[in-house]
Design a protein around this ligand. Structure first.
Ligand code: UDP
Length: 470
């Protein structure tokens, strides 16, 4: 029993193949190993393993037990180019369904590998509903990882039997403040696979508990309501990147390209809090027209800017650097580093939850421009509850990261930029709120803070649960 309490208690992690899902779950694995002294195995594929390796290298040196197990990725079977093993490295829309199919093919190998590792606990992303049955078969607890906030669960309600009727706007029930989310801003529930909804309910029913990448101070009411009405055993342990001390997200080996180095040097020459940083996460594929409108708006606002785009230049209607008064990074930017640069004064974001958390820790106010999935819900939390941003006014939730919604005009974007950057009473209040949230986020992750304590409580609970079963 003493052995189990210490290094032999073995947890297998199953991260899903999206950067914003897999890196926070890897952070949990590192924290389980470093703070909890547990033996940890992570199951993934070779290219994702290379991304993980960068994050864990320093910890491995100190003798912490983290084993990364790589399964061959079935690229040829689905006709995907070698190296595309997660949604953040997709380069064209035809690759999405192929990648989904490949991930489906990995289920059996992942199950078999987990069985062979004989773990005491499985920690799974919610996109792997099949790990419920695996945990039941192995008679071990399964933890369910949601990389989002609690608020999302009240607006989306994926676990409820009844799907909201398709009215123009549906009121979000049970909430302390009555919030409305327009139908067009909700992910299209008519095409949400029914089987996925059902599997969601099963996951809640059969998982030992749920773990969330959020912190109590930004949503105490929703955290309480979640514990009371959805899942009693839930833990909030975010922002995970900060708790874990992760300073960067790398999806390829070299992040020191000349445009990145240019950008960092250029930021050093800019006035404090003057630069608008614009990035739509790791997956969004914006069309040329939308990109052009964004650049026109930034130019018209006369604010210096850094724009990150997955598209290669030239963007129609966009001139050179001097003319634009900004930097355009094509590909991957060191986002956490940029957000923490003193010159950055605002972040125009698609409201992906990791980006939002990174901005919160950095104390940077947001210009919200949600595009798909749960991002409109995150915007609502920012604008109506937290008050650390202004909205551009996106109206339509896309079905995938390939953006097909009506183009948002440069006038609308410019208005939002000016609202935050012009130094009004309103913008000062928003900026102050962003700074307060930064203090709360940092406190939550310090020893004795709410997220730190919840993480330690989670580790202890797993130990108690496993030891109790022996
Ligand atoms: N990211 C980055 N550089 C980029 C684009 C994205 O480092 O050029 C990171 C960003 O810091 C965040 C993650 O990728 O950690 C994106 O996660 P988010 O939840 O914001 O959006 P998603 O990619 O899931 O849409």
């Amino acid at each position: 029993m003493a052995d189990i309490e210490n290094k032999n208690l073995h947890v297998v992690f199953l991260p899903y193949f999206i950067c914003s899902h897999m890196l926070p779950l890897l952070d949990v694995a590192i924290l389980f190993a470093t703070l909890g002294g547990l033996k940890v195995s992570v199951i993934t594929t070779p290219h994702n393993a290379a991304i993980f390796q960068f994050t864990i290298n320093e910890r491995l040196k100190s003798g912490v037990q983290i084993a990364i197990h790589s399964l061959k990725f079935p690229s040829e079977q689905v006709d995907l180019p070698e190296g595309i093993e997660n949604f953040s490295t997709v380069t064209s829309s035809e690759q999405y369904p192929k990648l989904k199919r490949a991930i489906g093919l990995l289920q059996k190998p992942m199950e078999n590998l987990t069985r062979s590792l004989s773990p005491h606990c499985i920690f799974s992303d919610y996109f792997f509903p099949w790990s419920v049955d695996l945990a039941l078969e192995l008679k071990i607890p399964r933890l369910l990882f949601f990389p989002y906030n609690f608020f999302y669960h009240f607006t989306n309600k994926p676990y409820k039997k009844v799907v909201e009727p398709a009215t123009e706007s549906s009121s979000v029930c049970q909430l302390p403040r009555k919030l409305k989310l327009k139908r067009s801003r909700q992910p299209n529930q008519d095409i949400t696979e029914a089987s996925f909804e059902a599997s969601f309910r099963e996951q809640f029913k059969w998982s030992y508990g749920t773990v969330h990448n959020t912190f109590l101070e930004i949503e105490p009411t929703y955290a309480n309501m979640y514990k009371k009405s959805i899942c009693k055993r839930s833990w909030h342990i975010g922002p995970l990147f900060h708790l874990c001390g992760r300073k960067e997200v790398r999806i390829s080996g070299d992040c020191n390209t000349s445009s990145v180095m240019n950008c960092l040097n250029w930021l050093d020459t800019q006035k404090a809090k003057s630069v608008v940083y614009v990035c739509f996460g790791s997956m969004v594929l914006l069309n040329d027209m939308q990109l052009t409108e964004i650049v026109l708006a930034l130019k018209a606002s006369s604010q210096p800017f850094v724009l990150v785009t997955k598209k290669s230049m030239p963007i129609p209607g966009v001139g050179d650097f001097e003319e634009n008064n900004g930097i355009i990074i094509t590909g991957w930017a060191p986002q956490i580093k940029i957000l923490n640069h003193p010159a950055v004064g605002a972040f125009m974001t698609h409201c992906g939850w990791d980006s939002v958390l990174e901005a919160m820790v950095a104390g940077v106010p947001l210009i919200t421009c949600p595009l798909f999935a749960e991002q409109f819900h995150n915007e609502k939390l920012i604008i109506q509850i937290l008050g650390n941003g202004v909205e551009v006014g996106s109206e339509v939730c896309n079905f995938s990261p390939e953006i097909k919604s009506p183009v948002i005009g440069n006038d609308k974007i410019k208005k939002a930029v000016m609202r935050l950057m012009r130094g009004s009473f309103e913008s000062e209040m928003i900026r102050r709120r962003a700074e307060e949230i930064s203090v709360m986020a940092k406190r939550a992750t310090e020893e004795g803070g709410s997220s730190y304590n919840d993480l330690m409580a989670l580790i202890q609970e797993i130990k108690d649960c496993v030891v109790g079963k022996e």
